[in-house]
Design a protein. Structure first.
Length: 157
């Protein structure tokens, strides 16, 4: 039992150290991202990794949404007109956006009001989450794109 307890303690310390390093890396690269509601160091790191270090790769907000797999795709039949999420894209970035949306649904008053309003309009929770992911991708794109003529700092690990 003592051996198991030491192993758990060692692994917990390692997780804390890795979280500190991730936070430090994200803060050195894009410090304003961690100030957004629901965006933690793990989600921010996943999104930054998905975009890569080539700013020309992502030309606009729609291409970032497609990269994250949150661009809308028509799913219409004869009488209904709906959209669904794109099943392609980077799955880790999509999961990061999902975590941000779920955090905002739980803690952000604006998101809760949006959820109630769209539910009253007859949208399902799945459709509302799709819209919120797209909104979050739009918001984060402005923070992920580097300012013109800037160079990203090197990793100091």
């Amino acid at each position: 039992m003592r051996l198991l307890a030491r192993r758990i303690q060692h692994l917990s310390d390692e997780v804390k150290e890795l979280n500190r390093r991730t936070t430090r890396a994200v803060r050195s690269c894009r410090p304003q991202m961690l100030d957004l509601v629901g965006v933690g160091p793990d989600s921010a790191a996943a999104l930054l990794i998905a975009t890569g270090d080539d700013p020309d790769r992502i030309t606009d907000e729609a291409s970032f949404a497609a990269l994250c797999g949150v661009s809308p795709v028509e799913q219409s039949s004869g009488k209904t007109h709906r959209r669904r999420l794109n099943r392609g894209g980077n799955r880790q970035a999509n999961a990061a956006l999902y975590r941000i949306v779920m955090t905002r649904i739980r803690w952000d008053e604006r998101t809760q009001a949006y959820l109630q309003r769209r539910t009253a309009e007859g949208m399902s929770k799945r459709e509302i989450i799709r819209c919120l992911k797209r909104y979050v991708a739009r918001e984060l794109y402005r923070h992920i794109q580097p300012p013109a003529n800037s160079v990203l700092p090197l990793d100091e690990t």
